[in-house]
Design a protein around this ligand. Structure first.
Ligand code: UDP
Ligand code: MG
Length: 313
């Protein structure tokens, strides 16, 4: 029991109407066994179903439940940030709304906290609940990201973690717009530890990570922590340029010797390869420029449309 500490649970929710009450009822016994002071913050990330109504219903019955509704769907990572900015806890736990992050693990996180860690991450041990495609793409993604970037991210890590106030305050100082929470957490440092859990399948509803959202998430992960793709495109360009020079010399010699032939294949191959590399490099540069553009606009991360009455400034 951590009697005098305030425990905050931060839950981003996008179209999770069927999960809110279930999660709440599973959280309550766990949370009460940890501390008498607690708050559960549900961030409704522009849901189009009755998620916010469901949050309001729970808030009406329990003054420790706080609901914040964002003006539109800003994405999981921004919703987490909104929750962290509004929580007051000495200890903060962020978790998904779909019960894939089991509340029973929270006491294990607390045990690690008591050992003196500031951030306790979680790692999913493989279960049959994820499709093999998702497992494969996720493994490939983390391999790729760890190869490219300067930080290390544990594969199978999830946005289910405990943070102390000190770590939350540090995290809140990172104001970048394209947020890749896992990477930022690794970057801020502090004493970190990992707890394993086996994920269950979603309680209700479908995954909100469409292929498009996953690609965007992956791009954020790579571009926020590494400029290696830019360097790689430079070196690839250099390599192709040298080969091109050699080939050009060869072509001129052949021409002087009067041995030139039609050359359809060689022209086509070089045009395709060089064109491909140019487009790829431009695309990589474009990704970085898009991020600079996003930062330069300096827009707020999100807007709040509505809050439950329990929220006090
Ligand atoms: N989520 C969100 N905004 C989004 C997408 C997802 O707040 O735009 C929330 C979602 O409600 C859930 C968590 O982020 O609580 C993780 O999403 P999901 O379960 O769909 O991802 P998966 O577990 O399939 O990776
Ligand atoms: Mg999920």
């Amino acid at each position: 029991m951590l009697k005098e500490k305030l425990l905050s649970i931060v839950v981003p929710c996008f179209n999770e109407e069927k999960n809110i009450t279930q999660l709440y009822s599973e959280l309550i016994p766990v949370v009460k066994s940890i501390s008498t002071h607690y708050e559960i913050i549900f961030v409704d990330d522009g849901s189009r179903d009755s998620t916010f109504e469901s949050i309001k219903k729970n808030a009406a019955e329990d003054k420790n439940v706080i609901g914040i509704s964002l003006s539109r769907n800003f994405g999981h990572q921004v919703a987490i940030m909104a929750g962290l900015q509004h929580c007051k806890g000495d200890i903060v736990v962020m978790m998904d709304a779909d019960l894939q992050h089991p509340p029973e693990i929270i006491p294990k996180l607390i045990l690690e906290y008591e050992k003196g860690y500031d951030i306790i991450n979680t790692k999913r041990i493989d279960t049959k609940t994820e499709t093999s495609i998702k497992k494969l793409t996720s493994r490939f993604f983390y391999g790729f990201i760890n190869f490219l970037s300067d930080i290390r991210i544990e594969p199978s890590s999830a946005d289910f973690r405990l943070m102390t106030r000190k770590a939350v305050d540090a995290f809140l100082q990172l104001e970048e717009k394209d947020r890749f929470t896992r990477g930022l957490i690794s970057w801020i440092g502090f004493r970190q530890s990992v707890v394993e859990y086996s994920a269950s399948s979603r309680f209700a509803g479908k995954s909100k990570y469409t292929l498009k959202k996953m690609l965007r998430f992956g791009m954020d992960g790579i571009t926020s922590f590494s400029s290696k793709p830019l360097r790689i495109s430079f070196y690839t360009g250099l390599f192709v340029f040298i080969i091109g020079l050699l080939y050009a010399a060869y072509a001129i010699v052949q021409n002087i010797k009067g041995e030139t032939v039609q050359g359809w294949t060689s022209i086509l191959v070089s045009v395709l390869i060089i064109g491909g590399i140019q487009l790829l490099s431009l695309g990589i540069i474009g990704e970085y420029i898009a991020r600079i553009f996003n930062e330069a606009k300096a827009r707020p991360l999100y807007f709040i449309k509505d809050k439950t009455n329990n929220y006090q400034e």
